[in-house]
Write a protein that binds this ligand. Structure first.
Ligand SMILES: Cc1cc2nc3c(=O)[nH]c(=O)nc-3n(C[C@H](O)[C@H](O)[C@H](O)COP(=O)(O)OP(=O)(O)OC[C@H]3O[C@@H](n4cnc5c(N)ncnc54)[C@H](O)[C@@H]3O)c2cc1C
Length: 489
């Protein structure tokens, strides 16, 4: 049996801990059953954003007239697009695998790992690797096995073909029509993508708005915008599915009384009738479930919560001494940058005994719909629930020159601060939101106040002037140069 200083199960963000250990001269093993890089590179963030970029291009052509440019969308080479993106992301995953294999201090085991005891992992090796099995031991073990799409118990679901985000990104042909069940960010992003490329999309979400976990004003804008691309059924849930001629029929009923699902779907029942939606394809975007069930955790002292997420302390150590966890499997912030940040915390704690704790207060996230969304910190809803004092200011994009130039009419920046000026949150919806947010993230990360965003000079006429204008309105500064073109006739 091979013995290692560190064994990492899961080759997404977890592999970064192995690489850091190897750099310090330790012997590490990475166990990965699929492509290296995890969900992000081949099934998640990267290919979905590559597709969405193509959607943005088609929308720019369609909307060119607004800017006095005559253009016509002739054709979209759907299969060519998905092929090209597939090849690019799999090449990156292959490169990651080569890098690990070239590292003399890292052993890569391609296969599914499960625990035999707290320190021992047995691996069913993939046939295209060595086949058979291997058993390895680690002084330290890191669980980083991520999550997979959840399939809800919809009546008839086992009798129909359906897609999940795992297989919807690389279709050879564009579906003519598509029903997406799930109004969270993955459903909304893919709804926008398919609709922009010409599919008739029906989008079914349980809450009364899409992306219900976002700030209410943000969800409202995203829902309104998606309604211009898709037939949106908010307040509905898929009750049954059945095969139809060349496709599938989804029976959607007004949602009522269900527990909140992983998409943030709630019980905002709608006073409306059952609808039947028929399409070539059905895509389930109904949340994700942790991959803990693959691990035989019963053989260890690692405890999970009722949903199967691994329990850890603030330092990301599990309930078993020397076993750590990070990423989606921890269930706190299911984003790639959060998994990477957690990998840094585990690395520091395991390699340097740093005693570092995870801190999610300035953890941002973005949704790449049209318009884009980016958020950090708390929402007004959360503050109201906690009965906390705060001040919120919302500034529309067209208060700043570039917002006006881009005709980003429904975009806004909402800045939220405590009475003493501490930044509590920021929610942006509009062009480049995911980029604009970062000056607020940097300020919050340093425990900053509104002055930390309002005081520095902002490039004119960059879009960041909208962020500047919002924080300037919250600040106590006596004089200001922040733009406000709302009053400029
Ligand atoms: C469609 C989609 C779009 C997304 N877009 C974004 C985005 O824009 N921004 C963002 O921040 N996040 C996004 N995410 C989320 C992001 O992909 C995840 O949060 C991130 O990949 C989590 O990293 P991880 O290392 O915890 O898990 P993963 O990346 O899932 O890696 C876990 C790895 O463990 C392997 N594994 C599982 N079980 C075993 C086992 N028993 N033995 C061996 N290997 C095992 C899996 O094969 C996988 O490779 C998106 C996700 C999806 C599905």
């Amino acid at each position: 049996m091979e013995e290692y200083d560190i064994v990492v199960i899961g080759g997404g963000s977890g592999s970064q801990v192995a690489t850091a250990a190897a750099e310090q001269g330790l012997e590490a093993a990475v166990v990965e059953r699929g492509p290296l890089g995890g969900a992000c590179i081949t099934r998640g963030c990267v290919p979905s954003k590559a597709l969405i970029h193509r959607a943005d291009v088609t929308e720019s052509v369609r909307n060119a007239e607004e800017f006095g440019v005559t253009a016509r969308l002739e054709d979209v080479d759907y299969g060519g697009i998905t092929d090209a993106i597939h090849d690019t992301v799999y090449e990156k995953a292959d490169n990651q695998e080569s890098n690990l294999r070239e590292n003399e201090r890292i052993s890569l085991y391609r296969g599914e790992g499960r625990f035999v005891d707290d320190r021992t992992v047995e691996i069913d090796l993939n046939e295209d690797d060595r086949g058979g099995s291997a058993t390895i031991r680690g002084d330290t073990v890191v669980i980083a096995v991520g999550s997979r799409p959840m399939v809800p118990p919809i009546d008839g679901i086992e009798d129909v073909d359906f897609l999940t985000s795992d297989d919807a990104l690389f279709l050879d042909d564009r579906p003519d029509d598509l029903v997406i069940v799930g109004g969270g960010y993955i459903g909304a992003e893919l709804g926008y993508f398919f609709a922009a490329l010409g599919t008739d999309v029906s989008l079914v979400g349980r809450s009364d708005e899409l992306v219900p976990r976002a700030d209410d004003d943000v969800s409202a804008v995203v829902t309104e915008s998606l309604e211009t691309h898709c037939d949106v059924y908010t307040g509905y849930e898929a009750a049954a599915v059945a095969e139809a001629d060349d496709g599938v029929t989804v029976t959607a009923e007004p949602a009522g009384g269900g527990d909140e699902d992983e998409n943030g779907g709630g019980d905002d029942g709608a006073d409306t009738d059952t609808v039947e939606l028929t399409a070539d394809e059905l895509l389930l975007a109904t949340g994700r479930r942790p991959n803990t069930d693959t691990l035989d955790l019963d053989a260890t002292g690692v405890e999970t919560d009722e949903k199967g997420y691994v329990e850890t302390d603030d330092h990301l150590e599990t309930t078993a001494d020397g076993i750590w966890a990070l990423g989606d499997i921890v269930g706190e912030q299911p984003f790639k940058h959060a998994a990477d940040d957690e990998a840094l915390v585990v690395t520091a704690n395991v390699l340097d005994d740093a005693g570092e704790a995870v801190d999610y207060r300035a953890m941002p996230h973005a949704i790449f719909t049209e318009p884009q969304v980016a958020s950090v910190g708390v929402t007004e809803d959360e503050l109201a629930t906690d009965d906390r004092d705060y001040e919120a200011v919302t500034v529309p994009y067209d208060a700043a020159p570039l917002g006006l130039i881009l005709e980003a009419g429904d975009g806004f920046v909402k800045a939220i601060a405590a009475p003493d000026g501490e930044i509590l949150g920021c929610h942006i919806v509009g062009p480049q939101a995911s980029t604009l947010l970062h000056e607020v993230v940097v300020a919050m990360d340093g425990g900053g106040t509104v002055e930390d965003v309002a005081e520095p000079v902002h490039v004119h006429p960059a879009l960041n002037e909208v962020v500047y204008a919002a924080f300037d309105e919250l600040s106590d500064a006596k004089y200001s140069t922040a733009p406000d073109w709302r009053d400029v006739a």
